[in-house]
Design a protein around this ligand. Structure first.
Ligand code: ISE
Length: 356
């Protein structure tokens, strides 16, 4: 992604002063947060990281020391309140999001929040309501697949009517490895959540029920962890979506999505880059190793569009260009029903509140 003028610069043309950089605080500089710091510093136009925070202070200090004009702030709430910070990127553990998002709203700071919005359905709804009271969208949620070229093409194909009525979707979501703390419910809340958002994004409707089916467990799965799982989602209009979730396979990162419509089907995620043929009579290519590689360009696009939206927010009244707090809440509600179904094995209905 080239460093390019922001959309606001483009809109006003070259007669005005170039807009000054958006000053971003990145909270949580573990895997995703550190990735976002690198992305904003080297590939995103119109923004720079001025504050970093992490519960491991030395980590924040070490990252801050590598970026000109950046400092580490020990308390995440101080980082949000900092007058030198224009916008916040949350890559902290989900359990801390509620407090941090409320602080962002209180200080009217636009925020890009990595999933989950919060860890409870009730607190996610509370965030949606508090944001609605302010009358301006400030929260964007990091469902990056919406910015992936393949998903965008699939969406355009569906919306263009070329497949006719979309009827079903088959998905595969396999990870090569997951952290040791991953349990059965995290497979739903941290992995399936992406297909939940993809379903809502591609089909443009809510999910009415979820069922989690347990096939025979992988002998390599940690004691008590249900893996693989099959999720069956049903949308409000009755469309069927099935998802194979298998973490960790020990193979590579595989995310495939096939939409079947009345006039044909379309599939993405086949990893058919370069195919090599060599002696003695073998052929093959490479499978993407992980989600940061698979969705790297999508993350770049997601953050660039967020920065552009925030830069233009005072003019447009909207500081979001992508999944909203409502999308985060709806995904949380579907996943909570999924976790309930994990226990019973039965379909569980999803009940969404009235959208404010
Ligand atoms: C991780 O948090 C992600 O967001 C990845 O996209 C997903 O594949 C993985 O299962 C999650 O743990």
């Amino acid at each position: 992604l080239e460093k390019c003028p922001t959309s606001v610069d483009q809109a006003v043309g070259s007669v005005t002063e170039p807009m000054s950089d958006l000053k971003v605080a990145v909270l949580g500089v573990g895997v995703m947060g550190a990735d976002h710091v690198a992305r904003i510093t080297s590939r995103i136009s119109g923004a720079r990281v001025v504050v970093v925070n992490d519960y491991i202070t030395e980590k924040a200090e070490q990252i801050a020391s590598q970026i000109e004009g950046c400092r580490a702030v020990i308390d995440p709430l101080d980082a949000i309140a900092d007058p030198d910070v224009d916008a916040v990127l949350l890559a902290t553990p989900g359990t801390t999001h509620e407090k941090q998002l409320l602080a962002c709203l209180e200080h009217r700071k636009p925020v890009m929040c990595e999933k989950p919005l919060t860890t409870e359905v009730s607190t996610s709804l509370e965030i949606v309501r508090r944001e609605a009271e302010l009358g301006r969208p400030l929260i964007q949620v990091g469902f990056m697949r919406r910015f992936d070229d393949e998903y965008m093409r699939l969406k355009a194909l569906i919306d263009g009517g070329e497949l006719g009525q979309p009827l079903l979707m088959h998905c595969i979501h396999r990870n090569p490895s997951v952290p040791g703390y991953f349990d059965s419910s995290l497979i739903v809340k941290d992995s399936l959540v992406h297909e939940v958002d993809v379903t809502r994004f591609l089909f443009g409707e809510e999910i009415a029920s979820v069922q989690i089916v347990r096939p025979g467990s992988n002998p390599g799965a940690p004691e008590g962890v249900v893996d693989p799982q099959i999720a069956i989602l049903r949308t409000v209009s009755g469309r069927h979506v099935d998802v194979e979730l298998f973490v960790p396979t020990g193979v590579a990162y595989e995310v495939r999505t096939e939409v079947v419509g009345e006039h044909g089907s379309a599939m993405i995620g086949l990893d058919v880059g370069l195919i090599r043929k060599s002696a003695p009579g073998t052929w093959g290519g490479q499978i993407t190793p992980g989600f940061r590689e698979r969705f790297g360009r999508a993350y770049d696009k997601e953050i660039q569009r967020w920065v552009d939206a925030v830069q233009g927010g005072d003019t447009t009244g909207n500081y979001v260009d992508g999944p909203t707090a409502w999308d985060g809440y709806a995904a949380a509600a579907v996943c909570a029903a999924g976790v309930e179904s994990l226990e019973s094995g039965l379909p569980v209905d999803v009940h969404l509140a009235e959208r404010p």
